[in-house]
Design a binder for this molecule. Structure first.
Ligand code: DGP
Ligand code: NA
Ligand code: NA
Length: 215
């Protein structure tokens, strides 16, 4: 369904990776570059800490509140599900949405806890069938030691080197799934940005034309 001034559907682009791997920087730079090329694009992030559910998540991440692993997984999922209609109408209206984290974070972070009963099927099952699937997932791969040296690391619950190593292992397994692109996040910001831009433009054009994305 084409919206005002937009032909075809928008692309759904997701950035994933460990904490401080450069997702926020790269996803924002991509949106700026797409807009410069005349693409109608928006930057979103999850968790969205501004909603009621988001405030619970924020308090959990700040270490002010504890809860069960399945409960927090469901809250993160709910936080994405509460924005589902808005997300879908943006994409259908032709707007490209670039997301800093999505359901793949839920799988990586909950799996990293190795909680009995919370396997991949359970993690993905909660939201997988209810949320639109990304057209591409850019996985920013960097040694966790490098990320840990970046400013602000350690401020929140999950920002512990040992845990981030487990999250990285989970991402390595997830990145074998269809639609994932593994990127070397140790290169310079500009080099990585150029690599992402080239790829993302092809994704945007394929979505706009209703073509399958084969790069
Ligand atoms: P960020 O604002 O991107 O730094 O994300 C906040 C933290 O929350 C970060 O450590 C990653 C984690 N996170 C993001 N999504 C999920 C999720 O769905 N489940 C869990 N358990 N953690 C998540
Ligand atoms: Na973080
Ligand atoms: Na970030």
């Amino acid at each position: 369904m084409a919206g005002a001034g937009n032909e075809g559907r928008g692309a759904f682009i997701v950035f994933e990776g460990c904490d401080r791997s450069g997702k926020t920087t790269q996803s924002k730079k991509l949106v700026a570059a797409l807009r410069e090329k005349g693409v109608d694009a928006e930057w979103w992030r999850f968790p969205d800490r501004t909603t009621g559910v988001g405030r619970l998540i924020d308090s959990y991440l700040a270490g002010k509140q504890d809860t069960e692993d399945d409960v927090i997984h469901l809250l993160f999922a709910a936080n994405r599900l509460e924005k589902k209609q808005e997300l879908m109408s943006k994409l259908e209206g032709g707007t490209t949405v670039v997301l800093d984290r999505y359901a793949q974070s839920g799988a990586a972070f909950t799996m990293a806890k190795a909680t009995p009963g919370l396997d991949l099927a359970w993690c993905m099952g909660v939201e997988g069938s209810r949320l639109p699937a990304p057209d591409v997932v850019y996985f920013l791969k960097a040694p966790v030691e490098m990320a840990a040296e970046r400013g602000g690391f350690g401020d929140e619950r999950y920002e512990v080197l040992e845990f981030q190593r487990k999250v990285a292992d989970c991402y390595m397994n997830l990145s074998k799934m269809e639609g994932w692109r593994e990127l070397d996040a140790t290169q310079t910001i500009d080099a990585l940005h150029l690599e992402i831009c080239k790829d993302a433009m092809k994704v945007v054009e394929a979505c706009k034309a209703g073509r399958p994305i084969d790069l």
